[in-house]
Design a protein. Structure first.
Length: 96
């Protein structure tokens, strides 16, 4: 049986506020705190797959997001209770 998360990949580009991007990093760290190893892409896919395709529910989510004040995610910036997560890929080498 093929699983959804194993299907062929499609790359997308996302342009969004910096605080939302930081929130995604916090969510990856929260998953790590729960023992899950994941990526930003997998977490985004998880969130998209979790939302029911109900027009009123999607509209309510949009309306909620659009009414958030600019500082709505400020508390996320200092989450010392969550582990640090290294992004996948090659590490930068310090220049001598």
């Amino acid at each position: 049986m093929e699983l959804l998360h194993q299907q062929r990949r499609r790359q997308t580009s996302v342009l969004w506020p910096e605080d939302v991007d930081r929130r995604l990093n916090i969510l990856v760290r929260a998953a790590a705190a729960a023992g899950e190893r994941t990526s930003r892409a997998e977490l985004l896919a998880t969130l998209v797959a979790a939302v029911d395709v109900e027009p009123e529910q999607v509209a309510a989510l949009l309306h909620h997001y659009r009414r958030l004040p600019a500082d709505a995610l400020t508390d996320d910036q200092d989450r010392d209770d969550l582990p640090a997560v290294r992004a996948p890929g090659p590490r930068r080498v310090a220049s001598a």
